[in-house]
Design a protein around this ligand. Structure first.
Ligand SMILES: Cc1cc2nc3c(=O)[nH]c(=O)nc-3n(C[C@H](O)[C@H](O)[C@H](O)COP(=O)(O)O)c2cc1C
Length: 503
C-alpha cells in the first residue's frame, strides 16, 4: 500500500491500523484543516486484490479513511497501528508494503512501467481531488444549508410560559449585518434590554443608528412575546440616565386570565408574534410581474410606532433612490474603512458560523441555490470579491426587482429613543409583511454614506442627495424594499437566548 499525505502547513500525523488510516491535522484552524488534502491510495498496477477506498469519516474531529480488502504484511506487523509524522507545507510521504506495489509495472517492459506510473499518478491526483472535494462538501454542510446548532434558535419553544421564552423571541429579531448587539437581564418582575457595546459595525455605522434600530427590533419581539407566554409586558425606554447601556426595562405582570380564562376573555395574542420564526431578510431576485398594491403598502405603514412613520417612494423618487443606493454601495466598497467594517461580518466557513453564530452568510445573500452550492463548496473568497458581487447584486437584483421602496423617518435621527421606536416600527412592518406574503429587504447603503459624511465632517454628495429626495423628511433612519419573492429562504445564524442573558 502506498500512503500519500499532503499537508498544508502545520503538522500532520498518520495512524494506520488494519483497514483504516487516521489523519490528524494539528496546529491548523478549521479552514486549513479542510484544506488538508488527504488520501491513501494504492498505486495502479495489475494487482486486483489490493485494498479499495470504502469510506471517509470523522473520528474525534479527525478524518479517517477506510479500506476494503485484505491485510497487508506490514499491517500485520503493526496490529495496533503505527504513527508517522510529517511536518511543513505541501509534504508528500510514501511507504510501500510490497515490492509489487513499489513497482507497479514490474512485469511490463520499461514503457509499460512508465505508463503504469503515469496512470497511477493521474489516478492518484484524481482520487486525491475527489476525496478533497467530497470532504469539503461534507465538512461545510454544503448540501444542508441552515442546519446545525447556529440555526437551532429558530426552532426554540417561544411559548414556554417563562421569561426565557420572551428572550428567545427577541434574539430572532433583525439587526444590521446580524451583529445581534443585545444582552438581556432577567429579574423577578422584568427583563432589561442592554446594548452590547462590543458588537458594532464600526465605520459602517459611525453614529450607532443601525445598532439602535436592531435593539428596537429586539424590544418589539420581546414585548410581542409577552401575552402568548401569559405576561403583560410594558416597556420603558431608556429608563435610567445614569445607565446608557440600559436600552429598555420591560415590566412583566403575570396574566392569570391568559392561562385560565376561556378564549373569549383571554388577552388578545398579537398575530405578529406568530410570524417571528418565519421572518427572514430576502435578498433574492423578486417576481417583477407582481406589484405590492397601494392598500397593501398602507397596511404595512400602519405598523409604525410613534413618532416613527413610513414614507413610500414612487415614480422618479423611487428611480432616484435606486440609483443612489447603487452609487452608495460602490462608495462603501471603495472606502477602505467602511469596506473593512463590512467584510468583518462576512461568514463563509461553516465552523466559523457555528463558533460565532452571527454575520452574513453565503446562504443568505440571495443567490440561486446552485450558485450557492458552488461557492460554498469552493475555497473561501476574498472580501473584495464578495463586495464586487454586492454592488452588482444591488444594481441587478435588489433595486431592479423591487416593487416599492420605503423609508422610516423620525423627527430627530440623532435621538436614541426615536431610533428605537423606528426599530420597533421596522420589526412590526416586517412581521406584518411576513404574514401578508410580502418580501422585505433593508437597503441602507445611502444612509450609511450619509452617516459617514456626518461622522467625518464632510457632508457631501450623499447628504445633499438625501435632502433632495426627502425634503420633508430629513429624519430618515431606515430604508428598505418590498416585493414578492419566489425563493425559499435560509435563515441567518443566531446566538441562543442562554448565551445573551447576563446575571
Ligand atoms: C438597522 C438595520 C439595517 C439593515 N441594513 C441592511 C442592508 O442595508 N442590507 C441588507 O441586505 N440587510 C440589511 N439588514 C438586515 C440584516 O442584515 C438582517 O436582519 C440580518 O442579517 C439577520 O438576518 P434576518 O433578518 O434574516 O434574521 C438590516 C437590518 C437592520 C435591523
Amino acid at each position: 500500500m502506498l500512503l500519500m499525505v499532503v499537508s498544508i502547513g502545520g503538522e500532520s500525523s498518520v495512524a494506520v491500523a488494519r483497514d483504516r488510516v487516521g489523519l490528524i491535522g494539528r496546529g491548523l484552524d478549521a479552514d486549513r484543516r479542510v484544506m488538508l488534502v488527504v488520501a491513501v491510495i494504492r498505486v495502479v498496477g495489475p494487482d486486483p486484490n489490493g485494498p479499495r477506498l470504502r469510506a471517509i469519516g470523522l473520528m474525534r474531529g479527525s478524518p479517517v479513511v477506510r479500506f476494503d480488502g485484505h491485510r497487508r504484511p506490514t499491517d500485520a506487523s503493526t496490529p495496533h497501528g503505527v504513527a508517522k509524522r510529517v511536518e511543513g507545507s505541501a509534504m508528500v510521504s510514501a511507504s510501500s508494503t510490497s515490492s509489487r506495489e513499489r513497482s507497479p509495472g514490474a512485469h511490463a517492459g520499461p514503457h509499460g512501467r512508465a505508463i503504469g506510473w503515469l496512470a497511477g499518478g493521474v489516478a492518484g491526483v484524481a482520487i486525491l481531488g475527489g476525496v478533497a472535494a467530497a470532504w469539503r462538501l461534507w465538512d461545510q454542510r454544503v448540501l444542508r444549508p441552515g442546519t446545525g446548532p447556529a440555526y437551532e434558535p429558530w426552532h426554540a419553544d417561544l411559548r414556554a410560559g417563562t421569561p426565557l421564552a420572551l428572550v428567545r423571541a427577541a434574539v430572532l429579531a433583525s439587526s444590521a449585518h446580524d451583529i445581534q448587539p443585545w444582552r438581556f437581564r432577567i429579574t423577578d418582575d422584568s427583563i432589561e434590554l442592554l446594548v452590547d457595546e462590543g458588537r458594532s459595525l464600526g465605520a459602517l455605522d459611525p453614529l450607532g443608528r443601525e445598532r439602535d434600530l436592531g435593539l428596537g427590533a429586539a424590544l418589539e419581539h420581546l414585548v410581542l412575546a409577552g401575552p402568548p407566554n401569559g405576561y403583560a409586558a410594558h416597556a420603558t425606554i431608556l429608563p435610567d440616565d445614569a445607565r446608557p447601556d440600559l436600552i429598555a426595562r420591560v415590566a412583566l405582570t403575570r396574566e392569570p386570565a391568559a392561562v385560565t380564562a376561556p378564549p373569549a376573555t383571554a388577552p388578545p395574542v398579537e398575530p405578529l408574534f406568530d410570524a417571528i420564526p418565519h421572518r427572514h431578510t430576502d435578498r433574492t431576485a423578486w417576481d417583477t410581474s407582481r406589484t405590492v398594491t397601494a392598500s397593501a403598502l398602507v397596511r404595512l405603514a400602519h405598523e409604525a410606532v410613534w413618532p416613527a412613520h413610513v414614507v413610500w417612494l414612487s415614480g422618479e423618487e423611487a428611480t432616484r433612490f435606486g440609483d443612489l443606493t447603487v452609487d452608495a454601495t460602490t462608495a462603501i466598497v471603495e472606502d477602505a474603512e467602511q469596506a473593512t467594517a463590512d467584510a468583518h461580518w462576512y461568514r463563509q466557513d461553516w465552523h466559523a458560523i457555528e463558533r460565532d453564530r452571527d454575520g452574513i452568510t453565503i446562504d443568505t445573500v440571495g443567490l440561486p441555490s446552485a450558485v450557492r452550492v458552488l461557492l460554498r463548496w469552493g475555497p473561501p473568497m476574498p472580501g473584495t470579491t464578495l463586495q464586487r458581487g454586492w454592488v452588482s447584486a444591488t444594481r441587478d437584483r435588489h433595486v431592479r426587482t423591487a416593487s416599492a421602496f420605503g423609508v422610516i423617518v423620525v423627527r430627530d435621527p440623532a435621538d436614541r429613543a426615536e431610533r428605537i421606536a423606528a426599530g420597533r416600527s421596522f420589526a412590526r412592518l416586517h412581521l406584518r409583511a411576513t404574514l401578508d406574503g410580502v418580501a422585505v429587504q433593508p437597503l441602507n447603503q445611502l444612509l450609511e454614506r450619509v452617516d459617514r459624511e456626518r461622522a467625518t465632517g464632510h457632508e457631501g454628495t450623499f447628504t445633499a442627495a438625501l435632502h433632495g429626495l426627502l425634503p420633508a423628511a430629513t429624519g430618515a433612519v431606515m430604508a428598505f424594499r418590498v416585493g414578492y419573492s419566489k425563493a425559499r429562504l435560509t435563515p441567518s445564524p443566531r446566538r441562543p437566548a442562554e448565551q445573551v442573558i447576563v446575571a
